[in-house]
Write a protein that binds this ligand. Structure first.
Ligand code: KIV
Length: 271
């Protein structure tokens, strides 16, 4: 089995490539990445996108939430990832309070792109003002709805969002507004599978799920969860891809294949 993509395929993917994948019904695979070594492995396994997530605050830095992560941390890790990447599209998180105003969002997004090498930035919540402002400056934006880890002190716990009708309706309308504001991608975290399916069908932009069922246009997992390493307890919606794998490379490739073939997530990983 040849698990590596051929060198001729190693041209950086663009947002239009990802949009075309949604159009033709090809699932998009994404993993978080924080350093050059894993970036190279993930890229060579053929994963379509790498998210330099502020989850690094928990899995790399050992904090209990993503709140302590700074723009400087994000730039450093994004640069590590982008140095080793050949094909995968790179998204970097704008960390907590780095987009309190549209002007702050633009200044910090520029750092992630110019110094870090990100192709897109992600921010949490229906921050339509920031999204519109960034898009007007030519900065591609990924929205993030459902469970918002940067709001953990308001939420109280990392729990499924959108189970109540009013909550689901709000997520649905936020998703539409975010697309109208110019977001090019949407991450939906920890929402019922039926809601994620509806939103994925309604939006023209790709919807990437994490704990959001199999019917999203793509899937993302935190790398350390799916490799079952580190100190953070693996959430129910993730899977240990090291089980049955010979090594890290084959585990990452198994995840990529499972996403492409809609074999992951299964019902037991969904809400
Ligand atoms: O920071 C992160 O890793 C994320 C994913 C959970 C989507 O935002």
């Amino acid at each position: 089995m040849n698990q590596y993509v051929s060198p001729s395929a190693l041209k950086p993917l663009s947002i239009t490539d990802l949009a075309a994948m949604k159009q033709r019904g090809e699932k998009i695979s994404c993993l978080t990445a924080y350093d050059a070594a894993f970036s190279a492995l993930i890229d060579q396994a053929g994963i379509d996108m790498m998210l330099v997530g502020d989850s690094l605050g928990m899995v790399i830095q050992g904090h209990h939430s993503t709140l302590p992560v700074t723009v400087r941390d994000m730039v450093y890790h994004t640069r590590c990832v982008s140095h080793a990447r050949q094909r995968a599209f790179i998204i970097a998180d704008l960390p907590f309070m780095s987009y309190a105003t549209p002007a702050m969002a633009a200044k910090n997004a520029a750092k992630l792109m110019q110094l870090g090498g990100a192709q897109m930035v992600k921010l949490e919540g229906a921050r339509i003002d920031c999204i519109r402002f960034l898009v007007d400056q030519g900065i591609p934006v990924c929205g993030h709805l459902g469970l918002l880890p940067q709001s953990i002190n308001q939420l109280g716990s990392y729990k499924v969002q959108g189970k109540e009708q009013a909550e689901a309706d709000k997520i649905r309308s936020d998703a539409l507004h975010l697309q109208q504001a110019g977001a090019g991608l949407l991450v939906l975290e920890c929402v019922p599978a039926g809601l994620a399916k509806d939103i994925s069908e309604q939006l023209t932009i790709p919807v990437i799920g994490i704990g959001a069922g199999v019917d999203c246009d793509g899937q993302v997992l935190v790398l350390y969860d799916m490799l079952n390493i580190g100190t953070v307890k693996r959430p129910r919606f993730s899977r240990n891809f090291m089980t049955g794998a010979e090594n890290i490379e084959t585990a990452i490739y198994a995840y990529h294949q499972a996403v492409k073939q809609s074999l992951f997530p299964a019902a037991e990983h969904s809400f």
